[in-house]
Ligand binder design. Structure first.
Ligand code: ADP
Ligand code: ADP
Ligand code: MG
Length: 664
């Protein structure tokens, strides 16, 4: 076994790999960009090397810089994690050429599966069933359109070089094919520098079921069972579990065999995942990921195997530690991916500083894999994942119970998150009944993405308590959550009540507070009156007692707002002066703002242009996904405030409309 390993990655996967390296006595070496100098993975490693500026192309994707870092630190092996260079055959080759052990499959195996189209052709030869489709080399749009018509709509266009759902477009009718093809190609070029595509029949109620395989140098291949990853948004997984519920042993065994055959067909070594799409009891090969998968922890939880340890052993030339018969499976595990993103805005990534970050406590039933800490920034440069929460129990129900509780204990402020969505998914009756397919989120949108609920009474009481306890503090970026001395002004000035008005995302809450004995107060709002008693605990914790019912929550000033967390939900309440003029409003639709942080890759208009509502104004790209910004109304563009290539923040002013009476 080698004695040291460089992890060519960042965030939670770098931390995850470092932990196993440490347990095995390996020296761990982290690499970091300028944006990550203070990151968790850097602090955790034995050694860390700066490799370049924030842009991934100049740091985590810069092969020579990483090889150079390995040379300088005397690293003997390189673990690529996932994403970045993990499926880059040139990188695997460069490692070998530099005398470094690449912890992954041989370059040839990566290449064989690197093109989804070529992989499908290969699997067809190996006798594995495919989704009906076209994966030929002729990329003439007319040929592709004809193939789509033959397959029958709806069809799915996929980037051959694809990954992460990029360059993937569903086309429902022939009339849309050409435009969607252009878009898929544009995304594919941006993300992979390769715009070749394939076309598949788009299955409407499929499940995504994948097999974790491992192979050693001696040609032994085993399956570590399956995972179900059907809960997806934008064709990307957000909830995964193992084993897959409600599949019969015959199908499970057949999928395991097909996956092992696929691995054998390409002389595979190390960890890999063969992804299948299953519908009506049949399953079809989709692609093979030649790396560790984001959702590997659920497999670890049910098998008791550390997949990163196996990767190290196999890369060092050892044989598979266990034969197929000895790879057991116990209980059920579920993982959720907690992302900085806004489900209400088509899951656009959300950037900002994690002013508050409280993740669940770990236990034998709860595992938390995270690579960020409170105070860290979620930037436009990298994947916006905050953490993976993984729970286990003897059965699925138990695992879901632990997950619901784990989610309810999270407190995150500073970015939008999908926390509430995840909580609604894992407690949804259909999900609990394992009625799974990839359309789950879209189908249950009304229940999963409801209009934001407004603060219930206990939350208003907590905010009132904070408001009474202290005036808005001067912003203290170092510790915005510290407690303050109690303000009991109302007793000093003898007033019999105080009024406070909170604004919550446009909803106004009028509160009237009367002092009672023993520090209690009466809260009147929305026609209700309750007596409130609040016990302050450590940190921002409060126990709010209303009419004999106690709720545990946390509340603290954050900038000019009071942020309250209750059962995994976050409420931001801004005290407002009710007499202050509401003003502003006028001219609000004169500005066009970016709907997400990212890079401006296209500016379709210039000052003086006349546009119609719905016309394309600009395209912003984030995480290689393109968002089109269209005109909210007819009008004339007065000025643009951005240029192609700019990094724009969420809400940044991109351009302004001319006053309507300026023209005509
Ligand atoms: P897939 O969706 O390709 O089956 P995964 O779900 O394992 O595979 O990961 C999706 C992709 O998202 C990965 O290929 C990787 O590029 C990217 N990704 C997800 N999370 C991260 C992260 N924390 N760091 C880097 N890349 C990530
Ligand atoms: P990626 O490289 O982004 O992981 P995949 O080919 O694995 O791309 O597909 C990602 C997801 O898209 C799948 O998990 C599945 O939900 C959906 N998908 C892929 N192919 C089809 C198909 N033919 N019909 C319906 N959904 C599909
Ligand atoms: Mg995939």
């Amino acid at each position: 076994m080698f004695g040291s390993v460089l992890i060519a990655n960042r965030g939670e996967i770098a931390c995850r790999v470092i932990r196993t390296a440490r347990r095995m006595g390996l020296r761990s070496i982290a690499v970091f960009s300028d944006a990550d100098a203070g990151a968790a993975h850097v602090a955790l490693a034995d050694h860390a090397i700066r490799i370049g500026p924030p842009a991934a192309a100049e740091s985590y994707l810069a092969i020579e810089r990483i090889i150079d870092a390995a040379r300088r630190t005397g690293a003997e092996a390189i673990h690529p994690g996932y994403g970045f260079l993990s499926e880059n055959a040139d990188f695997a080759q460069a490692c070998a050429a530099a005398g470094l052990v690449f912890v992954g499959p041989p370059a040839a195996a990566i290449r064989a599966m690197g093109s989804k189209a070529a992989a499908k052709a290969l699997m067809q030869q190996a006798g594995v069933t495919l989704v009906p489709g076209y994966h030929g080399t002729d990329q003439d749009p007319a040929v592709l359109a004809r193939a789509a018509a033959e397959i029958g709509y709806p069809v799915l266009i996929k980037a051959s070089a694809g990954g992460g759902g990029k360059g993937m477009r569903v086309v429902r009718a022939a009339a849309d094919f050409a435009a969607e093809l252009d878009r898929a190609r544009g995304e594919a070029r941006a993300a992979f520098g390769d715009d070749r595509v394939l076309v598949e029949k788009y299955l409407t109620r499929p499940r995504h079921i994948e097999i974790q395989i491992f192979a050693d140098r001696n040609g032994n291949v085993v399956s570590l069972h399956e995972r179900d990853c059907s809960i997806q948004r934008r064709h990307q997984k957000i909830v995964e579990e193992a084993p897959a519920p409600l599949i019969d042993e015959a199908m499970r065994a057949a999928m395991g065999r097909a996956a092992c055959d696929a691995a054998r067909a390409i002389g595979y070594e190390g960890a890999g995942t063969v992804e299948f799409i299953a519908e009506d009891g049949a399953f079809h090969f989709m692609e093979m990921n030649t790396r560790l998968q984001v959702e590997h922890p659920v497999t670890e939880m049910i098998t008791g195997i550390d997949l990163v340890e196996w990767q190290f052993r196999i890369a060092a030339g050892e044989a598979l530690p266990l034969s197929q018969e000895r790879i057991g499976r116990r209980g059920h595990a579920v993982e959720v991916r907690l992302y900085a993103e806004d489900p209400a805005r088509d899951f656009a990534p959300s950037t900002g500083t994690l002013a508050r970050l409280r993740l669940p406590e770990e236990s034998p039933n709860v595992r938390v894999d995270s690579g960020v800490r409170a105070g860290d920034a979620v930037s436009v440069h990298y994947d916006p994942m905050i953490a993976k929460l993984v729970t286990w129990d003897e059965d699925r129900d138990g695992a879901l119970r632990h997950m619901a509780r784990a989610l309810a204990s999270c407190e995150i402020d500073g970015v939008q998150t999908n926390l509430d969505l995840l909580r609604r998914i894992v407690t949804h009756p259909d999900f609990r009944a394992a009625a799974l397919d990839t359309g789950f989120i879209a189908r249950h949108e009304a229940a999963l993405l409801p209009a934001r609920s407004t603060a219930p009474l206990a939350v208003l009481a907590a905010a009132a308590h904070r408001w009474l306890a202290a005036p808005p503090p001067m912003p203290d970026p170092a510790d915005p959550w510290s407690p303050w001395a109690t303000r009991t002004a109302w007793r000093l000035n003898g007033a019999r009540f105080q009024d406070v008005t909170f604004d919550e995302d446009g909803t106004t809450h009028h509160l009237r507070l009367h002092p009672l004995d023993d520090g209690r107060f009466r809260l009147e709002t929305g026609g209700r009156a309750v007596a409130v008693r609040v016990d302050s605990g450590a940190d921002a914790a409060l126990l709010v007692e209303l009419e004999g019912e106690a709720t545990r929550l946390s509340a603290a000033w954050q900038g000019g707002r009071i942020v309250v967390f209750a059962g995994g939900l976050r409420h931001a309440l801004t005290p407002v002066d009710p007499h202050e003029a509401m003003g502003e409003g006028a001219g609000a639709d004169a500005l066009v703002r970016s709907v997400m942080p990212g890079k401006l890759i296209e500016l379709a208009v210039a000052a003086g242009d006349r546009v119609k509502a719905g016309d394309l104004l600009a395209v912003v790209e984030a995480m290689k996904v393109q968002f089109r910004i269209t005109a909210p109304r007819d009008g004339v563009i007065a000025a643009t405030h951005c240029a192609v290539g700019d990094l724009v923040e969420d809400g940044a002013e991109l351009m302004a409309f001319a006053d309507d009476n300026d023209n005509d």
